[in-house]
Write a protein that binds this ligand. Structure first.
Ligand SMILES: NC(=O)c1ccc[n+]([C@@H]2O[C@H](COP(=O)([O-])OP(=O)(O)OC[C@H]3O[C@@H](n4cnc5c(N)ncnc54)[C@H](O)[C@@H]3O)[C@@H](O)[C@H]2O)c1
Length: 356
């Protein structure tokens, strides 16, 4: 049996705290869950046998058996908890969004550095399957010079609940899902981000955002777009899924769903040396938008990837045991938090914001 090297405590035993507890106890043979804590004792009734429960973070932090603490409380409490955990000399894995803004995050960096503890953020969606296919397609260069990467996520029912409906608790979809979609884009496109333009709206929620559309202009010529709507209605199967579209000068890729389907599409010689033909379409006669002439479209399968959210912890374990580097680095998350701040300025002032 593998020697247990990580001894976890979890602060906040709601949806995500319980998800972490299950992963640690069921799947991670190098880790042990020592204790969990939640201010609401009803949540502690969901604890399984084999680990302790506390009502107060301070009590959990006195437990000397714990070396690593996962923070899974609502977003506005992350800074307070990071400070407590760092002061207790324990390593910190904080849930996303790391902080409410870049200034808060800088304080987190300072306190964890001063305490000499490890510090990272739970951005497990860097190991989403559809994302890794999109990343592989883009980074392999198979599309030639990529000019657009679009990433969208649509849902039906507004889906805001509990503290997520309060701005002061860090509610809203930008903090909830936006942070994942933006982290994925920044981690994929290795280029300076020159400018950002964002639209952020409350469509059916009164106080927090439930729709956004964000354009990211990278120095290498890629335009990234992330769009999310929780009240984006369609009767189409698979609509509540994620959709990727990547366009390059040698092909396009479409990747649909978290269990992705799609393909890479290319033209044979359509892009070069083919005179415009007038085609009659429902939109009227066109030379640019008609269907491709017979035989001029070829498709290829998407690359295979083998990833899962468990990889997040496996890579963290590699880092702690000196077998690999930290994947979700504080400096990357600082850049992400600065981007979140720029998005809010852009949306409030209806203007493009220069970034780097
Ligand atoms: N990485 C992901 O995919 C992912 C998914 C969902 C949520 N999250 C993040 O996890 C965090 C928690 O979200 P959730 O959906 O689990 O919320 P939740 O409301 O289900 O759970 C939060 C828990 O924290 C407890 N709590 C509040 N104040 C506390 C305190 N002072 N001390 C101890 N416990 C306290 C609450 O009682 C509650 O049980 C958020 O930051 C959220 O953004 C991340």
């Amino acid at each position: 049996m593998t020697e247990k090297k990580l001894h976890f405590g979890i602060i906040g035993f709601g949806f995500m705290g319980q998800t972490h507890a299950k992963m640690i106890t069921d799947d991670l043979d190098y880790a042990e869950l020592i204790a969990v804590c939640d201010a609401n004792k009803l949540q502690l009734e969901n604890a399984a046998q084999g680990y302790d429960t506390y009502l107060k973070a301070d009590e959990l932090l006195k437990d000397d058996r714990i070396d690593t603490v996962i923070i899974a409380v609502p977003n506005h409490l992350h800074l307070e908890m990071v400070k407590k955990v760092a002061a207790a000399g324990k390593d910190v894995i904080c849930e996303k969004p790391a902080a409410m803004n870049a200034t808060e995050f800088e304080e987190m960096q300072r306190v964890t550095e001063e305490a000499g503890v490890r510090f990272t953020i739970h951005h497990q969606r860097r190991w989403d399957k559809d994302y890794n296919i999109a990343k592989e397609v883009y980074q392999s260069g198979t599309l030639g010079k990529t000019y657009t990467i679009q990433n969208s996520l649509y849902g039906f029912n507004g889906n805001m609940h509990d503290w997520h409906v309060y701005p002061e608790f860090g509610g809203g979809m930008l903090y909830d899902w936006g942070i994942h979609l933006l982290d994925q884009m920044l981690y994929m496109v290795d280029s300076k981000l020159v400018a950002v333009y964002a639209t952020v709206k409350n469509v059916i929620n009164t106080d927090v955002d439930d729709y956004f559309n964000i354009q990211l202009q990278f120095e290498n010529g890629v335009t990234g777009q992330v769009e999310l709507g929780t009240y984006f209605l369609s009767n189409e199967d698979g609509w509540f899924e994620r959709h990727w579209f990547l366009g390059g000068n040698e092909g396009s890729a479409k990747i649909d769903g978290f269990h992705p389907q799609g393909e890479i599409t290319r033209t044979t010689d359509l892009l070069r040396n083919v005179p415009g033909q007038i085609t009659m379409t429902a939109a009227g006669p066109t030379r640019s938008f008609g269907p491709a002439p017979e035989g001029r479209i070829v498709t290829e399968a998407l690359p295979e990837v083998n990833v899962s959210h468990r990889d997040y912890f496996d890579r963290y374990y590699d880092y702690v045991t000196g077998k690999g580097e930290l994947i979700v680095k504080p400096e990357e998350i600082h850049r992400l938090m600065k981007l979140m701040d720029a998005i809010r300025v852009s949306a409030a002032e209806h203007r493009s914001v220069s970034f780097e």
